[in-house]
Design a binder for this molecule. Structure first.
Ligand code: AMP
Length: 249
């Protein structure tokens, strides 16, 4: 089985994100960029599937400008076998991202697509669900455990009242939650080896015409209002009367 893993280039989760002075977006110049953390977990899981003999090939895919090749090289250094950049300078919305991946799936025929439950830049949590619908294959979101059994996969999800176990026929789309695994660190020799691994570039235009009629246009970006300082109260009675005075209880 070939496992396709989606990796998105996002602002590193340790960076304090700043809105540009002209409110046209967030500042990315000189800002540390990384693989979306949930996608790193997806990649780790794919590598473990390969190591356990359930997969022969791990293919990582990123959509965006040439800058995302940096994250693809990191993914190759983690252990992926091949990488594909779907080249576009457009700011992709989840539906367009899912359409492009669906077109690439026709070429690559993966047995499983693993992706993050959400990208931490836009927090959409939509791409996996849209992809499963377009591909007309089963999906499991927010996977906390994953076991391949022949032509199917058992996925455990943490839900409000316990654990939910789903059994899906492969090929399937699975999005990853935080507790699925802890991604491995990249070692220096692996970074050197990754330079020789194949990284192909496919133009987004080769994968079908962009239907931008459904695109979301963001007119204005605003930083969240600054939080006021807190106050210390003596005891519970003082807390309750403070909350009452503010009309909160
Ligand atoms: P979202 O629906 O935007 O929250 O994204 C969910 C997941 O879709 C991400 O964690 C990625 O695995 C994948 N994804 C979304 N956009 C891209 C992109 N431009 N390149 C690669 N993967 C992406």
């Amino acid at each position: 089985m070939k496992v396709m893993v989606l990796v998105k280039r996002v602002i590193d989760y340790n960076v304090r994100v700043r809105v540009k002075s002209d409110a046209s977006g967030v500042e990315t110049d000189g800002v540390k960029m990384s693989i979306n953390p949930f996608d790193e977990i997806a990649l780790e899981e794919a590598l473990r599937l390969r190591e356990a003999g359930h997969a022969e090939q791990v293919l990582v895919v990123s959509m965006g400008s040439d800058a995302c090749q940096q994250q693809l090289r990191t993914a190759l250094a983690m252990g992926a076998d091949r990488a594909i950049q779907i080249a576009t300078d457009a700011a992709l919305q989840p539906l367009r991202a899912a359409q492009l991946i669906k077109a690439l799936i026709e070429r690559e025929q993966p047995g499983m697509v693993l992706l993050g439950k959400q990208a931490i830049d836009d927090d959409n949590n939509q791409t996996g669900q849209m992809l499963a619908a377009l591909w007309q294959r089963p999906q499991a979101t927010n996977a906390a455990q994953l076991e391949v059994q022949g032509d199917s996969v058992r996925v455990t999800r943490e839900v409000d009242d316990g654990l939910q176990v789903l059994e899906l026929d492969l090929p399937a789309v699975i999005s990853t939650d935080l507790r699925l695994n802890t991604p491995r660190f990249v070692k220096l020799p692996d970074i050197m080896k990754a330079k020789k691994k194949p990284l192909d570039v496919v133009q987004a235009s080769e994968l079908g015409d962009a239907d931008d009629s459904l695109d979301l246009h963001i007119d204005d970006w605003q930083a969240p209002p600054k939080r006021g300082g807190g106050i210390m109260v003596e005891d519970v009675d003082a807390l309750v009367s403070e909350l009452k005075s503010r009309g909160l209880v």
